[in-house]
Design a protein. Structure first.
Length: 248
């Protein structure tokens, strides 16, 4: 079937497809959350036939996609974390709440049009120090699952944009430290935490590989490193999986 557009719905999310003329295929990015139980879930697809195609203009069909179980490690952080991060004071709690409101405000501003193009690139050339999905034990207290990928880098290491996008947020936040939220369109974001220096400002458009800041240990961090996260329509996904995809 020759189509002029293709859209989908999966796990309550809108899935926006793009057409690659070179391979004559439609492609899209999507993912599931930690809370999604293993099983098969329907991807509902709707295609608009090209103007020169016969029969009905709109065609709908369904494809089952499997979500498998994940295995994630527990990590006991050997170094002490300041109590202000595990047991914040009332004043610090107010600051945390203000930062949460700021993040939600900006996260609701993501753009519908795709800005990224081609494969996503690592933000730094360094080994990983922690993986997506691990549960950290800070000062004997279990925290929520790690929602990103950590790179073992010293302070001052250049941090590059993983793909093209617009800087949504670039400022200091209580837990994240100096951080950057990069909007790639269609609800897809990459985030960069604990930076020692910011080299971009909110509203800047960047290309893949542009140096946006320098790594550090600001915010809730036991030492210098780079935390990178991938957020799609409110759900955090594994950055390592995104980096493995051969995208057109």
């Amino acid at each position: 079937m020759k189509a002029s557009s293709l859209k989908g719905t999966w796990l309550g999310h809108s899935v926006e497809f793009s057409y690659d003329a070179q391979s004559h295929t439609w492609f899209a990015l999507a993912g599931s959350s930690f809370e999604t139980a293993p099983g098969n879930y329907p991807l509902e697809l709707t295609a608009e036939r090209a103007s020169d195609a016969p029969a009905d203009k709109t065609v709908s069909f369904r494809k089952q996609l499997a979500v498998g179980p994940g295995k994630y490690p527990k990590v006991r952080v050997p170094l002490g974390v300041p109590g202000k991060f595990t047991e914040p004071s009332p004043e610090q709690t107010k600051q945390i709440e203000l930062d949460q409101k700021t993040k939600q405000d900006y996260l609701n501003r993501v753009t519908p049009d795709r800005e990224w193009s081609g494969p996503f690139a690592p933000p730094a050339d360094a080994p990983h120090s922690d993986v997506f999905g691990s549960q950290r034990i800070f000062n004997g207290k279990a925290q929520r699952e790690h929602q990103g990928l950590d790179y073992r880098v010293p302070t001052g290491t250049p941090v590059a944009a993983m793909n093209a996008g617009t800087v949504l947020l670039a400022r200091f936040l209580y837990f994240e430290g100096n951080c950057i939220f990069l909007d790639h369109g269609q609800g897809l974001l990459t985030v960069y935490f604990h930076l020692s220096e910011l080299k971009v400002k909110e509203g800047d458009t960047v290309k893949r590989g542009l140096i946006m800041g320098l790594s550090g240990g600001t915010g809730r961090a036991t030492g210098p490193h780079l935390h990178v996260g991938v957020r799609w329509q409110g759900t955090y996904l594994d950055p390592a999986r995104l980096l493995q995809l051969a995208l057109p």
